[in-house]
Design a protein around this ligand. Structure first.
Ligand code: SF4
Ligand code: SF4
Length: 341
């Protein structure tokens, strides 16, 4: 199971492409904080295996004491947590936090927001497991500037840097100027094919940029799910606040996205409607009949650009299939240069 814990919206930056919903603070009620979490959530996790635990702000480092307390509570209760991920702008790192993160074995995804503020690179270099986050958006449809950014960071910290690549979601909270239009998509897809071809030719950075999304695709495509659940809400994907309220998206605790208490079955009308909103694409005929629905799962259900998202998912599937075929052929000694479709 993937468990996301929402800590709060506070952040020391104000990036316009942020996927969090800081404007919607009405539903944030952290009255009980950690003690409420320990009382209401931890017992329900007993006996469950958490494959990936994600801590989400705002900026999680502003909630560091809370994270420490939550970690202690989970540890003391013997909850089986296999991996931890913290996504941060890393500007507030301290030597103590670095020590804690390393002791937790956390994978730290450092999002470098350039002009908005720099990560504390002197401390980032001491993180045992970290990657640098990049986001494809309508304003950043190609990764070319990231090549230099990765090399600069490697020079700065003296070791290899792995990118962690994502795609913007056209949802509330994110400035529409960053959403991908059909025109942006055309340029972006051509670029993804370039990266794929570069990967096959042995380019290290292109290969690293595609690696995470490619492996995720491979893993999903070899899984045999009979029931297709929405992308961010299901038996294996749970997002909660500290009071144990469950949401259909880990970027927001808006009331309209709340589906009631964790693992509860009976739901109010409002909670049913939140659940239905999560399934609004995946349960359409198109998605139900789609060959890649157990990977795509209807895409982001909060997106305002579903058509673009759907085309992107299908094109990514084609590109990743091509890579798999080329790498399979190469490993079999039969590699020859292939063509984009
Ligand atoms: S629904 Fe999922 S993909 Fe969409 S914004 Fe929320 S967490 Fe991201
Ligand atoms: S690719 Fe399109 S049709 Fe297929 S599951 Fe995703 S959103 Fe649905």
């Amino acid at each position: 199971m993937k468990l996301n814990i929402f800590l709060g919206y506070a952040c020391n930056f104000k990036c316009s492409y942020c996927l969090q919903d800081p404007g919607k603070e009405t539903a944030v009620r952290q009255k009980g904080g950690v003690s409420e979490f320990v009382e209401r959530v931890v017992p329900q996790l007993s006996g469950k295996r958490i494959d990936l635990l994600g801590y989400w702000g705002g900026e999680p480092l502003l909630y560091w004491q809370t994270i420490r307390d939550l970690q202690s509570a989970l540890f003391e209760a013997g909850i089986d947590v296999r991996a931890i991920r913290v996504t941060t702008n890393a500007s507030l790192l301290t030597p103590e936090i670095v020590g804690d993160l390393n002791a937790m074995g956390a994978h730290v995804v450092v999002s470098d927001h350039g002009s908005f503020g720099e990560p504390a690179w002197d401390l980032v270099r001491h993180l045992e497991r970290f990657s640098l986050h990049f986001l494809f958006t309508g304003k950043a449809p190609t990764a070319w500037p990231w090549f230099d950014r990765i090399k600069e960071t490697e020079d700065r910290i003296g070791r290899r840097v792995f990118p962690h690549v994502g795609w913007v979601r056209a949802m509330d909270g994110c400035d529409p100027a960053y959403w991908m239009t059909p025109e942006d998509l055309a340029l972006h897809l051509s670029h993804l094919w370039d990266l794929a071809e570069m990967r096959i030719s042995g380019d290290r950075l292109a290969s690293d940029l595609l690696e995470g999304p490619y492996q995720e695709w491979r893993e999903a495509m070899t899984r045999s799910n009979s029931v297709i659940e929405p992308l961010c809400y299901g038996s294996d994907h749970v997002s909660v606040d500290l009071s144990g309220n469950r949401y259909v998206c880990h970027h927001s605790v808006d009331r309209s996205l709340k589906t009631g208490e964790m693992f509860k079955t009976g739901r109010t009308k409002a909670e049913q409607s939140a659940e239905a909103s999560a399934a609004r694409f995946v349960e359409t005929e198109n998605c139900r009949n789609c060959a890649i629905n157990h990977w795509c799962r209807g895409n982001c259900h909060r997106s305002r650009t579903h058509e673009v998202d759907c085309r992107l998912a299908k094109a990514k599937h084609e590109i990743f299939s091509w890579i798999a075929q080329q790498e399979g052929l190469r490993h079999g000694g039969l590699y020859h240069h292939a063509h984009r479709s």
